[in-house]
Design a protein around this ligand. Structure first.
Ligand code: CP3
Length: 340
């Protein structure tokens, strides 16, 4: 019998829908904070197979999620290409920015396989101890990874990256191509190590106007999906073009992904009209509704399920769990969705 989440990724509608949550492993869990304190730094944690596999499994043990998302982070692929990466306490990734051809030429694919080896070992360890949950590997969408690589840190606008795309599209395109190739090495490695599905987080896709979105989000994602289909036809790809809005349907069709994740702002009824019924939808409860909890959260969760009833749907949030989320609310959400 196929696992529930994989049935949906294969295009089946099942009721109640399977559920997992973005950032389900993380700071809202006391058992995460305990292991995090042991590792001495977030990057060391991501590159420690024993601790990272344990953290991946924590929410599966506590809640019985249908999906286990690999515990790692998005700029691991930039680090694997040779870019300097570190985390200041309490902050997101900080990288030495790539602003010109010289910066780009310092990066290389030759070290990628070795650099990601510890993450692949994490995947292997999780796969060995998993049970009924589906193991989801991931990396960043090429555009979002490029945003961090050019900017050097998180930002509301990523103006340096988006200006490079306008002023020197050949240079920005070469960076995107390099990320596509690195992501392929990384994703194929995850699939070979035991990942049963793969997800591309394109968190900043929605900043782009339509033609830029087609060029820097849809086209590179389509190349990744096509290349994976050639070598790993049984591994479904989930795309998350956050804030894609009206372009969600075009993204779903033109990239060839098996599922699309809806962000918090997406109306599930509109997504159901935009995206062909053979492609699964994932999402999309507001992470803050989960923080608030109670009857309004349960009502909102059930409404999403009802709207998508009869279509392949994987329940999730519209973005990651935030650190102030009470773990009891997560348990209540699972009960609401499963009793739906
Ligand atoms: O449970 C999971 O979802 C798996 C692990 C995971 C993390 N990051 C762990 C993490 C995943 C899938 C990611 C993806 C990621 N990382 C994205 C795409 C999704 C999104 O949120 O839009 C992005 C943009 C990043 C980059 C990143 N990493 C930021 C902006 C931050 C700081 C903000 C924050 O939430 O802390 C990180 C750090 C990070 N990644 C933490 C975790 C658990 C917190 C680090 C800590 O414990 O100190």
């Amino acid at each position: 019998m196929a696992k529930r989440l994989q049935q949906v990724l294969a295009g089946e509608a099942i009721w109640p829908p399977p559920i997992w949550l973005m950032r389900q492993a993380g700071r809202y869990l006391p058992e995460y904070r305990a292991l995090r304190a042991e590792a001495g730094g977030f990057l060391s944690l991501c590159l420690n197979p024993k601790l990272a596999s344990e953290i991946t499994l924590q929410p599966i043990r506590r809640f019985g999620m249908d999906g286990a998302i690999l515990f790692s982070d998005l700029p691991i692929v930039s680090y694997a290409l040779g870019q300097d990466l570190h985390y200041a306490e309490g902050e997101g990734p900080i990288l030495t920015p790539i602003r010109d051809a010289a910066g780009l030429s310092a990066l290389s694919l030759t070290g990628v396989a070795d650099a990601v080896a510890p993450v692949l070992e994490t995947v292997q360890r999780v796969a060995a101890g998993l049970g009924d949950a589906t193991l989801i590997g991931f990396t960043g969408g090429p555009f979002t990874v490029a945003c961090y690589m050019v900017e050097g840190h998180g930002s509301r606008e990523f103006a340096a990256a988006r200006l490079m795309a306008y002023r020197d599209p050949a240079l920005f395109g070469a960076l995107i191509d390099l990320i596509v190739d690195a992501n392929l090495i990384y994703l194929r490695g995850q699939a070979d190590a035991g990942a049963e599905a793969l997800m591309l987080f394109d968190s900043w896709a929605g900043m782009l106007p339509p033609d830029e979105f087609r060029r820097w989000v849809i086209a590179p994602t389509a190349r990744i999906a096509a290349a994976l289909r050639e070598t790993h036809p049984h591994i479904p790809l989930i795309g998350f073009p956050r804030l894609a809005g009206m372009l969600l349907g075009e993204y779903a069709i033109a990239t060839g992904v098996r599922a699309v994740a809806m962000d918090t702002s997406m109306d599930p009824a509109a997504a159901a009209r935009l995206v062909p019924p053979t492609i699964a939808l994932q999402g999309n409860l507001d992470p803050l509704a989960l923080v608030a909890g109670g009857a309004p959260m349960e009502t909102a969760a059930r409404a999403i399920c009802e709207t998508l009833r009869g279509r392949p749907h994987i329940f999730n949030l519209g973005h990651g769990i935030v650190p102030q989320t009470p773990p009891e609310h997560v348990a209540a959400l699972l009960a609401a969705v499963r009793g739906a």
